[in-house]
Design a protein around this ligand. Structure first.
Ligand SMILES: Nc1ncnc2c1ncn2[C@@H]1O[C@H](COP(=O)(O)OP(=O)(O)OP(=O)(O)O)[C@@H](O)[C@H]1O
Ligand SMILES: [Mg+2]
Length: 489
């Protein structure tokens, strides 16, 4: 249950909030003025405060300043009418999480509130390296007894007193975000804010402004100054997730902040100084990106000061029974229901799976099995079908059937859905930069040329490689006006 404290003297606003956030998982408490709000913060322990800037008694900015003193990690969203954006900017400088313009755009309001609640939860929910099953809701654990995980815990412990930049690597679903939060919770900065930003989820042109803010008029649509995450997170910890997807220009700015703590807002020329600890994560092999010049080498070395690699689940299968037990406990607690058990044969099946989606995939499988189980015992038939059937292909080379071709080394190109996904991202990036580009024919043309090159112009073999008939290949060659001299260079 998320508790939201609304500080506003207008009953209309209080009424609309109750209507907009009418959900069993949200509780709204309200205060009519700053004094009342300040009393409720320690008493009601809200997860988020939404406050009007104009208040009777002590004003919004002063109330914000005092909230920051008593609860520095509590996100505060300010509400303001159109004319007073400048005050909202002041509020951001004082550490407000964001601001909203009245009258509200409801989808935007929901988005900002959702993000702030997520940030609040990240800061409150302590991530420990031990199962804390009897403790309250505000805890999560990183489970692992195998050697590689014990090494991860040791590194987290060693990092506790340091302010060093950390680079977390590992496949998707291995727990990178969880580990980032554990480092934060165990660090000296645990009483200061922690903000997370997913670099891959934000379009490139908006990412710089999200991170560094912008000045009014910096680009079309920049109607007011904006404070970025670096300023908001002063003295705190910033988690840059999916850093491998960042453009070179943003990388250059990040490098400068890492070197000197300095940056300028987009479109601004006044250098600003911040003290922010960076934890970065990526599921891409950054060394390869450095080799192909998609990632700055100097930034890579800066980030790589402390490297924490999370091994894929298939390399620590001994942790699977523990993880399953942890998830069974977790869901029982969440649903306030007795814990279900799992049959030994079902655990054996789970332990033999390749788990390309790692711990996240395992957690989903357990969750789905819980729904399917008809009794208090999860049986093999309750496991998701793709787990028990399709996915049972053993992954260790010694177990691979002889007829299967060996896996391509990853340097040769896409060999997994994750690689294909990053390839798609590159293509979209290409399309974004060139609005004339028609992505599908462009890719098709490229594939035809490459297939012809790879087969020295042999159309039969090229068609085979592409999985099309020779006639179709010929049509494509004509359609794309592919000349022989392009193929044989
Ligand atoms: N060792 C672990 N113990 C308990 N839960 C884990 C562990 N590792 C991962 N999880 C859980 O698995 C899910 C995925 O973890 P997380 O989001 O941290 O992975 P990620 O590496 O950041 O993935 P992605 O690259 O896809 O973003 C989360 O629900 C997390 O709580
Ligand atoms: Mg992640």
């Amino acid at each position: 249950m998320d508790r939201l404290l609304l500080i506003d003297d207008e009953t209309d606003v209080q009424y609309s909030f109750r209507r907009i956030f009418d959900s069993p998982s949200v509780e709204i408490i309200s205060a009519n003025n700053g004094e009342e709000g300040l009393k409720l913060v320690p008493k009601a322990q809200p997860d988020l405060v939404i406050m009007d800037i104009r208040l009777g008694g002590i004003n919004g900015l002063e109330t914000l300043r005092r909230i920051r003193q008593i609860a520095p990690k509590l996100p505060v969203i300010m509400m303001t009418a159109y004319g007073t954006t400048q005050t909202a900017i002041e509020a951001m400088k004082l550490g407000a999480y964001d601001y909203l313009l009245k009258p509200f755009d409801v989808p935007r309001l929901k988005e900002v509130v959702f993000n702030a609640l997520k940030a609040s939860q990240d800061m409150r929910q302590v991530v420990s390296c031990q199962p804390l099953l009897d403790s309250d809701d505000y805890s999560a654990s990183i489970i692992g007894r195998t050697n590689p995980m014990q090494n991860v815990f040791k590194t987290i412990g060693q990092l506790a007193t340091s302010n060093a930049t950390v680079l977390i690597t590992g496949e998707s679903g291995t727990g990178k975000e969880l580990v980032a939060r554990a480092i934060y919770h165990h660090s000296q900065r645990s009483h200061q804010p922690y903000l997370a930003i997913n670099c891959a989820a934000i379009p490139e042109n908006l990412l710089e402004s999200e991170l560094f803010g912008h000045e009014k008029g910096a680009f079309t649509g920049a109607n007011a100054q904006r404070i970025g995450k670096f300023e908001q997170c002063h003295q705190g910890t910033l988690f840059l997730d999916e850093i491998g997807d960042m453009s070179l220009s943003t990388q250059t700015r990040i490098l400068r902040v890492l070197q000197s703590g300095q940056f300028e807002r987009v479109g601004g020329n006044q250098p600003l100084q911040v003290d922010v600890r960076i934890i970065a994560a990526t599921n891409k092999p950054l060394e390869n990106a450095v080799a192909t010049r998609q990632f700055r080498e100097d930034l890579f070395y800066r980030l790589n000061v402390v490297r924490l690699h999370l091994p894929p689940l298939r390399e620590r299968r001994a942790d699977i029974p523990l993880l399953v037990d942890y998830f069974l406990n977790k869901y029982a607690r969440q649903q306030k229901a007795p814990k279900k058990s799992i049959a030994r044969e079902a655990v054996d099946i789970l332990q033999a799976c390749p788990w390309p989606g790692n711990v996240r995939e395992l957690e989903n499988a357990v969750q789905r099995a819980l729904v399917m189980a008809k009794t208090d015992l999860i049986l093999p038939q309750d496991l998701p079908l793709e787990i028990t059937q399709n996915r049972l292909a053993p992954v260790e080379p010694r177990l691979r059937p002889k007829t299967q071709p060996p896996a391509l080394p990853s340097t040769l190109g896409p060999s997994s859905p994750a690689d294909l996904e990053s390839l798609t991202r590159l293509l979209f990036e290409w399309a974004r930069r060139d609005d004339q580009l028609k992505i599908i024919p462009a890719v098709e043309r490229l594939l035809v040329i490459q297939a012809l090159k790879a087969t020295q112009g042999n159309q039969v073999k090229a068609a085979q490689l592409l999985g099309i008939t020779r006639a179709t290949l010929r049509k494509r060659i004509a359609k794309f006006k592919i000349r022989n001299d392009i193929i044989v260079e």
